[in-house]
Design a protein around this ligand. Structure first.
Ligand SMILES: [Zn+2]
Length: 136
């Protein structure tokens, strides 16, 4: 099988477009959360911690070797906020889906049973097509 054919099969698998949309939306979402953290949460955390900017926390071991654990803590907080936001989003989406998109809608009855021959016949039938009995 040539690479072109393999690629065609991969695209035809169906959910490639969904996946691409997911990645694009996901990366934009990360940008939003990033700015949420750096422009809203970090200043608030700084105020709560008495005017301390987490980003500037570092430990100078020697000239040129700086352990910037403030930025690491920032990434950890980022991670928690991102996972929390995704969790809340998925939870909201699931409850929306449960409410507005019925998974197994009750089937509409289209057939009935003939009382004479017990065969399945259309619900609107007034005469059984199998035994020709009249049904009211
Ligand atoms: Zn019948």
């Amino acid at each position: 099988m040539g690479i072109a054919q393999e690629f065609k099969d991969f695209i035809n698998r169906g959910n490639v477009v969904d996946m691409a949309v997911g990645i694009i939306v996901g990366s934009s979402f990360v940008k939003i959360v990033d700015s949420l953290v750096s422009y809203l949460f970090n200043p608030i955390i700084g105020i709560v911690m008495g005017g301390i900017d987490l980003q500037r926390f570092s430990w100078v071991v020697q000239e040129g070797a700086v352990v910037e654990y403030g930025k690491f803590l920032n990434s950890v907080i980022d991670f928690f906020i991102v996972s929390m936001s995704v969790f809340i989003f998925v939870k909201a989406f699931n409850s929306f889906k449960k409410r507005y998109i019925p998974t197994n809608a009750p089937e509409v009855e289209t057939m009935k049973t003939c009382p004479f021959c017990c065969s399945s016949i259309p619900i609107a039938a007034i005469r059984c097509p199998r035994c020709t009995s009249k049904i009211d």
